[in-house]
Every structure is written in structure tokens, then in C-alpha cells.
Write a protein that binds this ligand. Structure first.
Ligand SMILES: [Zn+2]
Length: 119
């Protein structure tokens, strides 16, 4: 599963829906304090490859530590289906919670562990 394709995803209740273009070639399982608790499997895309279809007004923002990443969760169901951040050079990036994409075979993904806890 390494071809770039459009995927749709969103939160549990359906208020937050988005479309993203990504190849799902490399998925990151991070062990930082929030990823560990949420079991997040992430892939990162430039903001231009992400389109929020609905739910901007349902998003609640959670930030911690260096407050660089906006962890956005749905105000109804609580699921963080994506987050917003930026690279050190300022490029806007979107972190996609791969578990929230429709119809993705999680067992078939190439998951790489990332030691975010040590950053
Ligand atoms: Zn929801």
C-alpha cells in the first residue's frame, strides 16, 4: 500500500470528516506521553494534501509541553482524528490518525516506532 491515494476519515460520531492524499507507506507509532495513551498511529502530510470536509466548529484544541502541536479532538465523541503542527522551517503539517481512516487494513501497514518520549 504505497501508492498515493485519496482517503477519507474522521472522528467516531461523524461530525469531523476529512479527505487526505497520502501513500500510507510509513506509519509512525510514537511513544510520547499523548500518543502512548491514545495508541496513535500517525502519518504526516503537508497541509495542502488535507481537506477538512466538516466539523471545524466541533474541534477542540489541546496543547501541552512545548505547545507546538494542536491536538484536535471532536467535542461530541472525543476522538482525535488529526492534529495540526509545523516543521521547524514553518511548513504547515497535518498529523493523520491512521486508525481514523475509512477502510484501511491496519495489519497491512508498515509501522515504525518513533521515540517521541525522548525528544
Ligand atoms: Zn465526533
Amino acid at each position: 500500500m504505497s501508492e498515493t491515494a485519496s482517503h477519507q476519515g474522521g472522528c467516531h460520531c461523524g461530525k469531523v470528516r476529512y479527505e487526505v492524499k497520502t501513500d500510507l507507506g510509513k506509519i509512525m507509532a510514537c511513544n510520547c506521553s499523548i500518543c502512548a495513551k491514545q495508541g496513535l498511529w500517525l502519518t504526516f502530510v503537508p497541509a495542502g494534501k488535507f481537506k477538512l470536509i466538516s466539523g471545524e466548529d466541533a474541534l477542540r484544541d489541546y496543547q501541552f509541553a512545548k505547545r507546538k502541536v494542536h491536538h484536535l479532538f471532536c467535542n461530541a465523541c472525543g476522538v482525535e482524528s488529526f492534529g495540526r503542527g509545523a516543521k521547524p522551517d514553518g511548513t504547515e503539517m497535518i498529523a493523520i490518525n491512521v486508525r481514523c481512516l475509512d477502510g484501511v487494513d491496519l495489519d497491512g501497514l508498515n509501522v515504525v516506532t518513533f521515540d517521541g518520549a525522548s525528544l
